[in-house]
Design a protein around this ligand. Structure first.
Ligand code: ADP
Ligand code: ASP
Ligand code: MG
Length: 454
């Protein structure tokens, strides 16, 4: 492709039914720069698929989830007449889904390979239907199986992309198609070196769009969702939350990392690495504006707190050792063990004889359970305590310093039980842990105090 082009991604609610898909197709038809379209599963489908991966479902429960997936497809297909190529692929994929879902009839847990295969059907199905909706609007388009280009490692459920392989394959197999037509492909899924289907983690379609944009050399990524941009906090939690017109890559990356569900945490990495601008807007209100995320010269940075986020299900691990007094190597020993067990740490604070780290214990985290064996290894040389039911609240912005407005924060927080505070390593965030039951209130209070003035 010689000309500049855009990758557009449409999330689950944007492709929930025929009317929603039709609005998205209008957006694409009106913007000739859009050459690659990445779609999520229709809203609700991936939740059914996740449920089907569980053991211990009754036959009725299992059938209800299978029927749920099928009903969402049929509801859309009722409004369409599929072209022969799409009809054949769709029917085959729907049959494969029914076959895969039947594996879960035994009360034996699915293997990781079977699990990711089953989870992939939502995007595989929605992409057939979306292609037809686009063709019905007169847009020349074809469906492309992203698994032939988006290559990953074999960490099923949380696969890491192979950037080089993905670029080589995308340049060879995907880019040549773009001059003739719009290519509709799947978010969330990829394949490993053995050709097994992998998934990038819940919400991973945003990341897919950014990876494909980087691999194909796109100049923009448009993320179409159900809100008109990235807000100062989750608009569902706070009705005074406001969309932010411009964010830097760093600010957006920190927001995504620390819980703003509107973007998958890794989305900004490829965009920032390759200088690709990201727009976030609402497919229900495409004229309603949105957020642009791009590189901002330091002279134009808006200093201070711009947003507040939260991430629930955090775990605090405190390791205490008298050996730490004047002893070197304690931290190295602790972090070596954490890395051996692939335990990824977020916040860290230390005192003279202890170190406290927070871990993401969310059900969709890469490592949902803290490994018992890791705890035993740590317990050999220090006292270990584990606290749960915590939420990580993060103030996000640029050049965050403890000026008067941020100090007001302490007054806001005085009524709450704050477990740990972290600030200083990055000027983009100030984070703390609170009891999970209080975190919504804490976010609302901070938003009111720091982000609703004037
Ligand atoms: P999609 O299915 O399009 O990927 P998601 O549900 O993953 O959409 O993300 C959009 C949702 O993210 C919004 O409906 C909103 O509730 C939530 N959200 C959380 N934090 C923020 C924020 N700071 N700004 C905007 N939306 C947010
Ligand atoms: N369908 C997947 C999910 O619901 C991926 C995505 O929508 O981004 O998590
Ligand atoms: Mg999402």
């Amino acid at each position: 492709m010689n000309q500049e082009f855009t990758v557009a991604k449409f999330g689950g609610t944007s492709v929930a039914d025929h009317a929603a898909m039709s609005r998205c197709a209008d957006i694409i038809a009106a913007d000739s720069h859009v050459r690659i379209v990445v779609v999520s599963a229709s809203a609700g489908v991936t939740n059914h698929l996740v449920a089907l991966c569980q053991t211990g479902l009754s036959n009725e429960e299992r059938q209800a989830h299978i029927d749920g997936v099928i009903a969402i497809q049929l509801n859309i297909i009722e409004c369409l007449s599929l072209d022969a190529d799409l009809a054949h692929g769709f029917d085959t994929t729907l049959n494969d889904f029914k076959h895969s879902a039947s594996h879960s009839t035994q009360n034996v847990p699915l293997t990781n390979v079977q699990r990711d295969e089953l989870l992939s059907f939502g995007e595989r199905l929605s992409s057939y239907l979306f292609t037809q909706v686009l063709r019905d609007k007169g847009v020349a388009s074809s469906r492309f199986d992203v698994r032939s280009v988006l290559k990953t490692d074999s960490q099923f459920g949380k696969a890491q992309p192979d950037i080089t392989q993905t670029r080589i394959r995308a340049q060879a197999e995907l880019v040549p198609l773009l001059s003739e037509q719009v290519v509709v492909t799947q978010g969330f899924i990829g394949s490993d070196e053995y050709g097994e289907t992998t998934t990038l983690g819940r919400g991973g379609s945003d990341y897919s769009a950014a990876l494909l944009a980087e691999a194909c050399g796109a100049s923009n990524i448009h993320i179409w969702t159900d809100v008109i941009g990235i807000y100062s906090t989750d608009p569902r939690l706070c009705n005074k939350a406001r969309p932010i017109a411009h964010l830097t890559f760093d600010e957006a990356a920190e927001m995504a990392t620390f819980g703003a569900k509107v973007l998958h945490p890794a989305t900004i990495l490829p965009a920032a690495r390759s200088g690709i601008g990201v727009f976030v807007g609402s497919s229900q209100d495409p004229q309603g504006g949105g957020t642009w995320i791009e590189k901002v010269p330091s002279s134009e940075l808006i200093a201070g707190v711009r947003a507040v986020t939260q991430r629930k299900n955090q775990l605090l691990l405190t390791l205490k050792s008298p050996e730490m007094l004047l002893a070197s190597g304690f931290l190295a020993r602790v972090f070596t063990i954490l890395s051996e067990y692939k335990i990824s740490v977020d916040l860290v604070t230390t005192s003279e004889i202890s170190v406290a780290v927070t871990l993401d214990n969310a059900p969709n985290a890469s490592r949902p359970e803290l490994d018992q064996e890791a705890l035993e290894r740590l317990g050999e040389f220090c006292h270990v305590s584990v606290e749960t039911n915590l939420a990580l609240v993060a103030l996000i912005g640029s050049e965050i310093q403890l000026r008067q407005s941020e100090l007001n924060l302490m007054r806001v927080l005085s009524g709450f039980d704050i477990r740990l505070i972290c600030h200083g390593a990055s000027k983009h965030n100030l984070c703390f842990l609170v009891e999970q039951g209080q975190s919504d209130q804490v976010v609302q209070a901070i938003h009111q105090q720091l982000l609703e003035q004037a």
